[in-house]
Design a protein around this ligand. Sequence first.
Ligand SMILES: Cc1cc2nc3c(=O)[nH]c(=O)nc-3n(C[C@H](O)[C@H](O)[C@H](O)COP(=O)(O)OP(=O)(O)OC[C@H]3O[C@@H](n4cnc5c(N)ncnc54)[C@H](O)[C@@H]3O)c2cc1C
Length: 438
Amino acid sequence: MIHIAIIGSGPSGCYIADMLAKKLPDSHVDLFERLPTPFGLVRAGVAPDHQHTKNITRQFERTLSRENVRFVGNVHIGTDLSYAELKEHYHIIVFASGAPIDRKLGIPGESLDGVYGSGEFSRWYNGHPDNADLNPLISENIAVIGNGNVALDILRVLSKEKELLLKSDISQTALDKISNANIKNIYIIGRRGAADANFTPMELQEVMSQPNLTFHIDTSDIPESPPEHIPEERLRNTAKNLEILHNTKTQASAPNGGIIHIHFLFNRPISTITSDTSRVSNIELTVNNATSSLATSSKNLLPLNVGTVISAIGYVSAPVPNVPFNNNSGIFEHHNSLIEPGVYAVGWCKRGANGVIPSNRVDATTLSKDIIADLENTVPLPHKEGFSCISTLFNERNIKPVSYNDWQVINKAEIDRATTGKPREKITTVSKMLNLLN
Ligand SMILES: Cc1cc2nc3c(=O)[nH]c(=O)nc-3n(C[C@H](O)[C@H](O)[C@H](O)COP(=O)(O)OP(=O)(O)OC[C@H]3O[C@@H](n4cnc5c(N)ncnc54)[C@H](O)[C@@H]3O)c2cc1C
């Protein structure tokens, strides 16, 4: 029997578990997850109004219910179990632990109240136990720093009409807070030009079609077509994004005038966040000289009066004690996924925080082939005990792992308590989840 431990039950953990369990019938896969709930960012990152994206969990449910796969929730590798213990009891270890830490802007004022990373902010509205109590300061004027889909998610969640969010699985606390916030202006701020934005056209168009918004876009700073430096594989998306931005009805032409004003500011790196109190009140934007026509104009510095700043500029992974980690890149130290013999990384903790859910499938496909090839070259395999030894450690340490059946209990409770057409009302503390199981 080949004993396999996977750390993390997000997309990459679920994909690699499925592939190895199928291709290696003489194996047992234990999928460790620090939360009592599976699915990583699909549950706690993907925006609550994008239920079509979250539907991938149906496929992952099938993986978790496979005979030779065991979900081991509520177990934090590095705290509850050490890396050395995993190595002792498993033939193969795969880290699929994602990248949960917000990258810092690295500018003065970042630690003021009212400044958040998109990771913690999206975990808050998604009811993740780590940030369910964030209680962010949401002011009338909000700056979202970043030009990727996460920035658009945050803009959408903050500005979407309440009736529409009532059909999502947004946490009720977040919904109440956002809908009572009286938001007037949201600034989407990119340090580079519109052509360099990482929005996907579908997500950009979705925002631009929201009837309750009025858009402010300085089209003189947006090229008509992709400039030369845009790589081939991004040309189509870039051309479409530019077209959408040019065609969006701005304040002057919007038929009824929206109630929230959305300002797209390109080529505007944020330089400082300031305040006279402990709470952010202003930010200052400079000009990206490399690509902007603004650089030659008089509009060099742009001060903005905002009471909330949300940075959506990427994430780094969390190190696990004694697992080689590259502090510069913020991912595990590896060579083509291999951390050391028998130990691998996949997904965001391997390649950094980029790519959509299906990108992790591609990653897992390659890795599953490599693992099988490595196993074929390791004969004979040493004897290891896998979960039977681990469960002894759990008993000694009074650790109560959450099984797949336990997750079904939590899942049902969340679905049962949902009202107003919501698909579920998430339970937002670990203790409440565990209480359901006693
Ligand atoms: C805000 C946001 C919105 C997104 N929206 C979309 C979208 O709409 N569509 C799309 O295709 N992609 C989206 N993505 C990208 C997508 O979520 C990622 O590609 C994908 O989740 C990465 O998968 P992963 O398994 O590597 O990491 P994760 O999904 O982060 O999973 C990692 C898992 O490991 C667990 N874990 C971490 N450390 C430990 C430990 N030490 N012990 C045990 N368990 C541990 C975590 O709790 C987590 O469950 C979004 C990302 C973000 C941040």
